[in-house]
Design a protein around this ligand. Structure first.
Ligand code: ZN
Length: 179
C-alpha cells in the first residue's frame, strides 16, 4: 500500500500554470511564478444520530474505505451549494432509504479523511435526527453493507470508523438525549 500523505504535500506543481513548486507542503499553496494561491481548507461532512424507541442508535456498516467493515453514523460530505441540513437528509436517504423528518444540531469535531493516498481535513457536523419510520430501511449498494442498532454506550472505539463519531456519541450521551 502506498503511503498516505496530507493533501498539501501532494501538490508538486501549480494547477494553474504547471510550474513545479519550490516549496512542497506549504499552506496555503502559493505559486511564485503566477501567484496562484490555494487554501487547503476542510470540507464539511454531516452525521446523523438516530435512535429507535428502545434508545438503540442506528449505525451503518461501511462498505468502502476508509473504515470498510466498521460502524459509522449515517451521513457524508456536503455537496457544493448544498446546506448541511440538505446533505443530512440526502445522505440518510441514500445510505439507508430513510426519511429524516426532524433534526437538531449537536456538535462539530475536526476529522481527517484518507482516500486515494492523500489525507484531507474535514469538519464533521452532527445532528440528533428523527426519521418518519424505520420501515423500508435498506443499505445503499456498494457504500453500505449492513446496518445495526446498538446501545450507544456499548459501541467501543475500535468498532467505529471515525473518532469523531465516538466524540459525537459522547456529546449525545452527556447531553442526556438518551433519556
Ligand atoms: Zn502557477
Amino acid at each position: 500500500m502506498s503511503p498516505v500523505i496530507p493533501i498539501k504535500d501532494s501538490w508538486k506543481f501549480c494547477p494553474q500554470c504547471g510550474a513545479a513548486t519550490d516549496v512542497v507542503g506549504q499552506h496555503p499553496f502559493h505559486c511564485r511564478k503566477c501567484e496562484y494561491r490555494h487554501y487547503f481548507s476542510p470540507c464539511t461532512a454531516v452525521g446523523a444520530l438516530i435512535v429507535d424507541a428502545a434508545g438503540h442508535m442506528l449505525f451503518i456498516v461501511r462498505g468502502k474505505d476508509p473504515g470498510a467493515g466498521k460502524l459509522g453514523l449515517p451521513g457524508g460530505f456536503v455537496d457544493a451549494q448544498e446546506t448541511a441540513e440538505q446533505a443530512l437528509v440526502r445522505e440518510v436517504g441514500e445510505e439507508l432509504n430513510l426519511q429524516v423528518t426532524e433534526f437538531s444540531y449537536l456538535a462539530s469535531f475536526p476529522n481527517v479523511y484518507a482516500f486515494a493516498g492523500v489525507v484531507i481535513d474535514v469538519t464533521d457536523l452532527f445532528f440528533v435526527s428523527r426519521v418518519a419510520s424505520f420501515d423500508g430501511i435498506a443499505a445503499q449498494q456498494g457504500e453500505v453493507t449492513d446496518w445495526k442498532f446498538v446501545a450507544p454506550q456499548d459501541v467501543s472505539s475500535d468498532r467505529l470508523a471515525f473518532d469523531t463519531h465516538r466524540l459525537a456519541i459522547e456529546a449525545y450521551l452527556s447531553a442526556s438525549h438518551a433519556g
